[in-house]
Design a protein. Structure first.
Length: 116
């Protein structure tokens, strides 16, 4: 199982980024997949996720209306579109898969910095 995240960058407040997470080694569409983030000195927190079996997306309150999680099953890729970025969105963003009794896996993280 491998998750490779990319797309992080330095962006100005109000800007946008799209993060990608390419998955391999498992049936992408079968499991819950999520984005988390961790800011310096803070605990890792959920950003957004999909429930298993093509379920609905859910978001942290701070992400609602600004972030959109999506996936391309044909490309085994999970996305996070982030708009109206704020300095407090600065963090390392991680993709994650929960495969139930088969275990869970984390991507390596991609740095998002929102600063003028």
């Amino acid at each position: 199982v491998q998750l490779v995240a990319s797309g992080g960058a330095l962006v100005q407040p109000g800007g946008s980024l799209r993060l990608s997470c390419v998955a391999s080694g498992f049936t992408f569409s079968r499991y819950e997949m999520r984005w988390y983030r961790q800011a310096p000195g803070k605990a890792r927190e959920l950003v957004a996720g999909f429930t298993s079996a093509g379920g609905r997306a859910n978001y942290a309150d701070y992400a609602k209306g600004r972030f959109t999680i999506s996936r391309d099953v044909a490309k085994n890729t999970l996305y996070l579109q982030m708009n109206s970025l704020k300095p407090e969105d600065t963090a390392v963003y991680y993709c994650y898969v929960d495969r139930g009794f088969r275990g869970d896996s984390w991507g390596q993280g991609t740095q998002v910095t929102v600063s003028s």
